[in-house]
Design a protein around this ligand. Sequence first.
Ligand SMILES: Nc1nc2c(ncn2[C@@H]2O[C@H](COP(=O)(O)OP(=O)(O)O)[C@@H](O)[C@H]2O)c(=O)[nH]1
Ligand SMILES: [Mg+2]
Length: 296
Amino acid sequence: MKSTIVAGMLGAGKTTFISNYLRERREKVVVLVNDFGKLGIDGEIISSDGYECIELPSGCVCCTLKYDFVTTIGKVRDELSPEHLIIEPSGVASPSAVIEALELSGIRNVSVVLVVDINDFLEVHEADMYGRFFEDQVRYADLVLLNKADLSDSEKIGKCREIISEWNPLALILESKYGRISSEIPEGSEKRLNDHSGGDSHIHCETIALVLGSEPIDFNVVSAFYNDLNASSYGKIIRAKGLFITDRGNYRMDIAGGRVSAEPFKGDLYESRIVLIGEEIDEEEVRARAQGIKDA
Ligand SMILES: Nc1nc2c(ncn2[C@@H]2O[C@H](COP(=O)(O)OP(=O)(O)O)[C@@H](O)[C@H]2O)c(=O)[nH]1
Ligand SMILES: [Mg+2]
């Protein structure tokens, strides 16, 4: 069984990459998603494309969920026997912890794809915000996607490439738009794991999950809510993802890399829901606003 970890910061384009990659392939794939928020939005996006997708419960595979994770991997291998297992850990989990859990399940030579939002990467790098955690993500990668190339320019892309190849000279580095690549994921190499037992292997964020009911809600009202969230009206929102039943049909709306986006969602929805990830979020105010949208 070929195994691939798709790592990357919140909103870099991991789920988008997986969806586009699967669309072009015929192999039997199982996708394991460990989402940070409780509502399993990524799983719903991948399943709507018709792929087998298993959601791990909320939490982080590197700490509380390690045991569940190892059990699930064993079950997938024995019961579903896919040709390819793709794992999307939450954007705050360290790849080394996921590699370790795979090794505990007897899976070696896993491929690591790192999806990077070029603009975010440069900002974070310049601010030296994530330190070792960030470098770790790059070090383990076999393939790095410099994603969201449509929102960047050749100078930034070049700079990104330079930093990444310095940290990891062996990784294949490709530019991408919406995570689209024409080549195959490279074979994984043996990974030498850091001893992260004493250290912090992930970033701690707050997460809030909101359910907005099954009645259609006003598209413009949800858009306005997103714009306010993005403008930091309720604290720092690093990432928002939501699936909504609206008066204009089903929509998926995101905040990633400081941008709000909305696109029609082709899957069925039984309720509208949203997951927010951030710091110092004013939960009470957010919940009140969400209740207002639901009641309107
Ligand atoms: N403009 C642009 N948006 C992208 C690209 N890749 C992903 N996105 C958008 O970025 C948001 C986050 O993508 P997602 O795959 O959910 O990120 P994840 O949190 O890493 O899984 C979504 O709204 C995507 O449509 C890209 O190359 N260009
Ligand atoms: Mg995702």
